[in-house]
Design a protein around this ligand. Structure first.
Ligand SMILES: Cc1cc2nc3c(=O)[nH]c(=O)nc-3n(C[C@H](O)[C@H](O)[C@H](O)COP(=O)(O)OP(=O)(O)OC[C@H]3O[C@@H](n4cnc5c(N)ncnc54)[C@H](O)[C@@H]3O)c2cc1C
Ligand code: FES
Ligand code: FES
Length: 484
């Protein structure tokens, strides 16, 4: 067990000891802002909404290549970058022959006048840099997706989108490509000389196990500790509520939790897979899951957030919950005593309360592939299309047999203290013809099944109206599909 973390910054291995002033829950943003050389990174919101704090994280892959992703540094605790490369806006320009040569993404931002007051610019540059390293000639949708997590109050975005299109044409080639082997060597050196972390500062203990067995043992010993993975929920307790989290088990380095396996009939997602990886896998085989992830947070959030974290929060507006109900998914839980499987429909017990026992962790999410005669869709109603939490969400699964409803799931988020199925409406539709008349009858029932609250996102009446209308939208979508 070790107390110190190491990561690569400015091309060198940096070692960091934790103290009462630099706690394990100090965010990467605050660490960088305290360094004279890395003040480009900015704080706008400290809650993952504005992207001013975006940095790029490089990881050495098993394929001997570096893999880059943009993260909101305001949500990242320092131990989460142990063994990784941290890249900030200061690392992009190069000095050659006493001249500063801007990175292609920086140069194109200059060429298109993509910066005005400049507050958002370092974060935007880092999102563009991540795009540059990952995609050549990206589509308009891809560029917009890469920038969803970055707010700019001045430019109106057009020049930034133009800069992205103009820059990302060089197959990701730059000085980071030239230095790739060297950085991989440094990261491997850190890994090989490191052990699991056990940091104790007096006021805070932070464990970062590397294996599942170690994790389960730690959890068994400290079932009151706080689990975290992507920390996109947990970090807000520190940045917004200023809580001191006293005992943490960080699952983010447990490789066994990041694996995806499949059979002809089902896909098993590791609970530690980030949602960007899940989105890519879902695109072809689980379209409703993909639909939900397209409008989930931003690319920076999805690259951090995990499936296990969304389920672990058990929030009534967590977007994964209704989708997993509609797919009839199963949740695998494990402790030192063994493992068990719980159907998603039984997993949520109350407001943010799940069936997970204190010494268990979520290890897998198992999703059966839908039958050809089954349609599953996800709908999200929110104030903004992008980077917003659901006001109401619905995931609907319909299996039609000879134009009649063989099976239907109507799962709603944001309508009760828990993600909840509209049982009466489901019962009403079962076995009936899939007609507008029957759907309108079911809509009346949905209205009687929920007593939603009014809050900052919307009034109760709106929620009722939205939920019933989402069923009608689904019916209309199935008519288009049937005609096609
Ligand atoms: C800007 C922003 C936008 C967001 N947008 C959305 C959105 O569109 N839709 C949405 O649903 N959510 C959204 N969220 C919420 C959050 O991103 C998700 O809930 C995310 O999936 C949490 O995953 P995580 O890995 O970051 O969880 P963490 O913060 O690490 O953990 C969350 C909870 O799960 C528990 N936990 C984590 N892993 C496990 C495990 N393996 N076993 C048991 N318990 C575990 C933790 O103890 C904690 O209670 C957003 C958050 C932010 C900051
Ligand atoms: S400071 Fe706004 S996303 Fe981090
Ligand atoms: S240039 Fe001013 S906020 Fe973007």
């Amino acid at each position: 067990m070790q107390q110190t973390i190491s990561f690569v910054l400015d091309g060198k291995i940096q070692k960091l000891n934790f103290t009462e002033t630099i706690l394990p829950t100090t965010t990467v943003l605050n660490y960088l802002r305290s360094s004279a050389l890395h003040k480009g990174v900015k704080e706008g919101c400290a809650e993952g909404d504005c992207g001013a704090c975006t940095v790029v994280i490089g990881e050495a892959g098993a394929d001997d290549r570096m893999h880059y992703k943009a993260w909101d540094s305001c949500l990242v605790f320092l131990p989460m970058i142990h063994g990784k490369q941290l890249i900030t806006v200061e690392n992009l320009a190069q000095k050659k022959n006493f001249q500063e040569i801007l990175h292609p993404v920086q140069q194109e931002m200059v060429n298109t006048n993509g910066s005005q007051c400049g507050y958002c610019t370092p974060g935007i540059i880092m999102s563009l840099f991540s795009l540059y390293k990952n995609e050549n000639e990206p589509s308009k949708e891809s560029i917009e997706d890469a920038l969803t997590g970055n707010l700019c109050r001045c430019t109106g975005y057009k020049p930034i989108l133009e800069a992205a299109a103009a820059a990302c044409k060089q197959n990701g080639k730059d000085q980071f490509t030239e230095n790739e082997a060297e950085i991989i060597g440094l990261l491997r050196q850190i890994y090989e000389t490191s052990q699991s972390l056990a940091i104790d500062t007096g006021s805070q203990t932070y464990y970062q196990p590397r294996t599942k067995t170690e994790t389960l043992e730690l959890r068994n010993r400290m079932s009151d500790s706080l689990l975290l993975n992507g920390a996109t929920d947990v970090a807000l307790r520190v940045t917004k509520r200023h809580e001191t989290l006293t005992q943490i088990i960080d699952l983010s380095q447990v490789e066994e939790l990041k694996k995806c396996t499949r059979t002809d009939y089902l896909i098993k997602f590791g609970s530690g897979m980030n949602l960007e990886e899940v989105k890519k896998i879902a695109e072809k085989e689980l379209p409703a899951l993909h639909e939900a992830l397209v409008v989930f947070g931003s690319k920076q959030i999805r690259s951090l957030a995990t499936l296990g974290g969304n389920l672990g929060s058990g929030s009534p507006i967590g977007d994964m919950l209704p989708v997993l109900m509609a797919y009839n998914a199963e949740i695998k839980l494990q402790s030192v005593e063994g493992e068990r499987i719980v159907n998603m429909n039984d997993f949520i017990l109350g407001y943010r309360k799940t069936d997970r026992k204190a010494n268990e962790i979520i290890t897998k999410v198992i999703i059966p592939k839908p039958l050809p005669e089954t349609t599953v869709r996800f709908y999200k109603v929110s104030k903004r299309k992008d980077l917003d939490i659901s006001t109401v969400s619905a995931a609907i699964s319909l299996t039609l047999i000879n134009d009649r409803v063989g099976a239907i799931v109507l799962a709603f988020g944001g309508m009760a203290a828990v993600t909840k199925r509209a049982g009466k409406a489901e019962k009403h539709l079962a076995g009936r013809e899939w007609t507008r008349k029957h759907v309108e009858e079911a809509m009346e029932l949905i209205e009687t099944e929920f007593s939603p609250i009014s809050d900052a996102r919307s009034g109760a009446e709106f929620r009722k109206l939205a939920s019933r209308n989402l069923l009608m939208k689904f019916w209309m979508d199935t008519q288009i599909q049937i005609k096609a």
